[in-house]
Design a binder for this molecule. Structure first.
Ligand SMILES: [Fe+2]
Ligand SMILES: [Fe+2]
Length: 164
């Protein structure tokens, strides 16, 4: 769980880095993205710390997620501010589901630290999704196709990072 979560939070931080690189600081949505990026960094720091403390092997796919996350962010931002928000809405839909599945699994484990962190981060991911939708994610051109493609990519990334 810690491996895949660290990979995901790393990817999320890269997505926002890519978006901000394209959009700059003054575009519509930039300040919301900054705020989300700061929270992703906090999520990443927490899982980095757990990886070190618990001796978890990090994903070997980190270099790939670096490029894939950044490219996804930069591409969606280049498509426009609503497409950038559509990216967040799609990613957070998958992450919400992923974290909820972990929370269900953790019910039979005794790991209050991990449970608390995942529950707290899941709330923030849901806020990101709500922010993205309130900022026009669903009005992005080609939203259904864009959203489905990004969600599929997330599922694929989650599946791989659990194992590799
Ligand atoms: Fe996050
Ligand atoms: Fe997020």
């Amino acid at each position: 769980m810690i491996r895949v979560n660290q990979a995901g939070e790393y990817g999320a931080a890269q997505i926002y880095k890519g978006q901000l690189a394209v959009m700059g600081d003054n575009a519509p949505g930039s300040s919301a993205i900054h705020h989300m990026a700061e929270q992703e960094q906090r999520h990443l720091d927490a899982f980095d710390k757990m990886i070190a403390e618990r001796g978890v092997r990090p994903t070997a796919l980190q270099p790939f997620w670096k490029i894939a996350g950044y490219a996804l962010g930069a591409t969606t931002a280049a498509m426009g501010p609503r497409a950038a928000m559509a990216c967040t809405a799609a990613v957070e839909t998958e992450i919400d589901q992923h974290y909820q599945e972990q929370l269900d699994e953790l019910e039979s484990e005794n790991d209050p630290e991990l449970t608390r962190i995942i529950a707290e981060f899941r709330e923030e991911e849901l806020e990101h999704k709500a922010t993205a939708i309130s900022m026009g994610a669903e009005d992005a051109p080609g939203y259904p196709v864009l959203s489905a493609a990004i969600r599929l990519g997330c599922k694929f990334a989650i599946g791989l990072s659990k194992r590799i």
